[in-house]
Design a binder for this molecule. Structure first.
Ligand SMILES: [Zn+2]
Length: 179
């Protein structure tokens, strides 16, 4: 995993860039939820599932199918009244999808752990990108407050923070030009 902060920041940025005219606090919280929930799969260690099991860490909850299912669920539960094929409906669903997938995409850029099961349940292979500049984050809050955790935050400030800040700045700039 990248850290919870890295995932949350990526999701927040996707929310900003999507430029939806909906309650921004609700939207940001839901996007952040989508981006951090895939790591709830660490609980599967407690149930004896190995890392490489399809339900293990970076398994099904990191897959493209899961992202589709979660996005659909979020939309149905929280934005029932918005028409599916209206412009807002399509942008909303796409943004949920990207927020959820951002988690797996960032994980596939980390330098540790095993790969990401993007194609589970159709293919149990695990994948990494060829470029993996993001330091893998320690599992568990206790381990995070350490020298390792600090290095992760510095690394993510560079590789996630700067691109996100640029995207948010561009969104604000173009929004202003629209007015
Ligand atoms: Zn993860």
């Amino acid at each position: 995993m990248a850290s919870i902060f890295g995932h949350a920041l990526a999701a927040y940025t996707i929310g900003k860039v999507s430029n939806l005219k909906l309650n921004p606090v609700k939207l940001s919280l839901l996007f952040i939820f989508c981006a951090v929930i895939p790591d709830a799969d660490v609980i599967m260690f407690q149930f004896g599932y190995s890392y490489m099991h399809p339900l293990g860490h970076r398994g099904f909850t990191h897959s493209i199918l899961f992202a589709f299912l979660l996005s659909f669920l979020m939309r149905v539960i929280f934005y029932r009244k918005i028409k599916y094929f209206s412009k807002t409906g399509i942008v909303l669903f796409t943004a949920f999808l990207l927020a959820t997938l951002s988690h797996s995409l960032l994980d596939a850029c980390t330098n540790g752990g095993r790969g990401v099961g993007f194609l589970i349940p159709f293919d149990n292979s695990r994948y990494f990108f060829p470029w993996r500049p993001i330091l893998v984050s320690p599992l568990g809050a206790r381990n995070f407050f350490s020298e390792w955790g600090l290095r992760v935050l510095q690394n993510e400030a560079f590789y996630i923070g700067i691109p996100c800040a640029i995207l948010i700045a561009m969104t604000i700039f173009f929004k202003k030009k629209d007015l």
